[in-house]
Each structure stands twice: as structure tokens, then as C-alpha cells.
Design a protein around this ligand. Structure first.
Ligand SMILES: Nc1ncnc2c1ncn2[C@@H]1O[C@H](COP(=O)(O)OP(=O)(O)OP(=O)(O)O)[C@@H](O)[C@H]1O
Ligand code: NI
Length: 307
């Protein structure tokens, strides 16, 4: 049984399309994803692919005009609003994408100590700060007195001291120095090695691969590939979905081949496979129906041509 089990997750927004007309657009659909205790699953995909909505759906903090269907199970049981209220900030920790989530009126050391579970909160906070390269006196500052990178490290510290069993980290490392990125990811690896499940949302595929066990690739709001981190190697031949391979080859350290075209917006999705308009393998059959996620060579892909 996986620690976190997501099936058919769909998030839709009600929008006014002029006058009285109201319509719903699906920003995320059919996401399927598991996180086992002890593993880091990286979630990658370009901007707007639905990564943050996935994080917010898990934690039950979607905006009020969003509606969610599908199932999210944690520790074998559905994550109901009542359960979420009990678990959030304790067993389930979110490292949000924006540092605006810090309380502007509370000294940051105190915020981190508030999140600490068991032991000596002050000592846990000092240890986390030291590890992430935050000066000791930073604990007495308010969020506005920190640089963006320092505020981000405070958010990571909060999750690190929380004793959480599942950490959802939404872009925890942008703008951080290379060595701090390495420390932060190393910290996630240690947490995973001690039994925690980590969902690591990031644009930085190369860094994520240094610590992740598996990788989920999102495109236009859906999962298109689930692969072992080791499949992202060489020319990407071990990968299954054409988009996963294209994303890998587009990295500067690889062929740096850009992918022509762009990701469709949620209100203008193609009828069949969402990647078909940009895909070199696409045939007429790809435009007929949305492909299902299927098992393939120890991973999964949403493509009828993948072998
Ligand atoms: N409150 C909202 N109302 C309507 N649409 C929304 C809302 N929030 C997000 N969306 C849409 O949902 C899609 C996914 O957004 P999301 O923030 O999850 O992307 P992301 O992968 O996290 O992007 P980034 O890498 O830029 O953080 C986008 O097309 C976005 O426009
Ligand atoms: Ni995001």
C-alpha cells in the first residue's frame, strides 16, 4: 500500500464566459500518482502543467472556485476534509511555492519552532538553520527582513522540523545557490531514508534526478509518464512518452533541442492526445481519443505508440 495514492484526480474551475454564461474548465485531469514511504517522487513539467494544483489538491487548499474529483488516499484511507484538518502541518507538510505563505507578523525562528514535533523545538530550529546555511540571528527576523532565498530556506526548515510523514515540496529551490540546492535536496533524501515520502515538484530536472527515486512528468494538466529516475539518461531511450523524451533532450546539458509548438491552455485542449499537435509520432488515431495511462517496461505512459 502506497503512503499517498492518487487516482483520476481532476480539478476544474468555474468561469464566466461573458453575460450569464458559465462554463467550467478542467485545469488538471486524470492525474495518477503514488508515493511510497521512503521514496522521493519528482514531479516535473513546464509552467502551467498543473504541478501546484496537484500539491494544493493533496493538501485540500484549492481556491473556493475550484472543484475536485477523483481519489486521494493517504495511509490507505481517503483524505477527507476532517482528516486533512488533523494531519496538515503535522503528518502532512507543504513547502509552498510562494514565500508569501510565511506569517509576516511573526519572527521566523518562532514560526519554525511552532512547527517542530517532539524533542527540543529550539534545538531543532537551530539545527535546521545551520544545515541550510541560515545565520543563527536570522531566527529573530521577520519575513520582510529576509532575502527571497533565505525566506525559502525558512519554509524548508519548517517542513524539516515538522516530523511529517509526507512532504509536498512545491519548487523548494529556485534562486538558491548551487550548494544550498544540494543541501536542501540532501535533506529531503535523509528524510526519505528515514521513512518519509516526498513529492518534489520542480523545474530543475537535473538537480531532482540526483535525489529522486521516480519521476512523474506532467503535460497540460495530466500525467504522461511515470519513470524510474535512472531512465532519464543518455539520449532518453529508456523513457516511454515522446514528451518525456523531448523534455529530457531539451535540457542544456543534453542536446538542447527545443520542442516545437506550445502546451495547450486548459480552455483550448485538443480532442485526442494532448501532446499530439506537437508530436512527431502522431497519427490519425492519436486525435480520436485521450490515451489511457498504461504499464510499460516497469513504468507508465499515456501514449498509444510508446513501446
Ligand atoms: N484559481 C485558478 N483559476 C483558474 N485557473 C487556474 C487557477 N489556478 C491555476 N489555474 C490554471 O491551472 C493550470 C495549472 O496551474 P498550476 O499553478 O498548477 O501550474 P504549475 O505547473 O504549478 O506552473 P508553475 O510551474 O508556473 O508553477 C494553469 O493553466 C492555470 O492557469
Ligand atoms: Ni506551480
Amino acid at each position: 500500500m502506497a503512503l499517498l495514492e492518487i487516482r483520476g484526480l481532476t480539478v476544474a474551475f468555474a468561469q464566466y464566459a461573458g453575460g450569464w454564461r458559465r462554463r467550467t474548465i478542467q485545469a488538471v485531469r486524470d492525474i495518477e500518482l503514488d508515493v511510497e514511504a521512503g521514496e522521493i517522487v519528482a514531479v516535473v513539467g513546464s509552467s502551467g502543467s498543473g504541478k501546484s494544483l496537484l500539491a494544493h489538491a493533496i493538501l485540500g487548499i484549492l481556491p473556493p472556485n475550484a472543484s475536485m474529483t477523483g481519489s486521494v488516499r493517504y495511509d490507505g484511507e481517503p483524505l477527507t476534509p476532517e482528516r486533512l484538518d488533523k494531519l496538515r502541518g503535522r503528518e502532512l507538510a507543504l513547502i509552498p511555492q510562494s514565500v508569501a505563505y510565511l506569517d509576516p507578523l511573526m519572527r521566523v525562528g518562532e514560526q519554525v519552532r511552532h512547527s517542530a514535533a517532539g524533542g527540543d523545538p529550539a534545538e531543532s530550529q537551530r539545527r535546521a538553520f545551520r544545515r541550510l546555511g541560515l545565520p543563527e540571528e536570522a531566527a529573530r527576523r521577520y519575513p520582510f527582513q529576509l532575502s527571497g532565498g533565505m525566506a525559502r530556506r525558512v519554509l524548508v526548515s519548517t517542513a524539516v522540523v515538522s516530523g511529517a510523514r509526507l512532504i509536498v515540496a512545491d519548487e523548494p529551490t529556485p534562486g538558491l545557490h548551487e550548494d544550498v540546492v544540494r543541501e536542501t535536496l540532501g535533506q529531503f533524501r535523509e528524510l526519505a531514508d528515514s521513512g518519509c515520502g516526498v513529492l518534489l515538484i520542480t523545474h530543475d530536472i537535473a538537480s531532482a534526478l540526483t535525489v529522486a527515486d521516480r519521476v512523474a512528468v506532467l503535460y497540460a494538466g495530466t500525467t504522461v509518464e511515470i519513470a524510474d529516475a535512472g531512465d532519464f539518461a543518455g539520449e532518453g531511450d529508456a523513457l516511454r512518452h515522446p514528451y518525456a523524451r523531448a523534455l529530457w533532450r531539451a535540457l542544456p546539458q543534453n542536446a538542447f533541442e527545443p520542442i516545437p509548438g506550445h502546451q495547450p491552455s486548459p480552455d483550448r485542449l485538443p480532442p485526442g492526445c494532448l501532446f499530439a499537435p506537437r508530436c512527431a509520432l502522431a497519427t490519425a488515431a492519436c486525435e480520436q481519443a485521450r490515451p489511457e495511462m498504461r504499464q510499460l517496461r516497469g513504468g507508465k505512459a499515456r501514449c498509444i505508440h510508446a513501446t
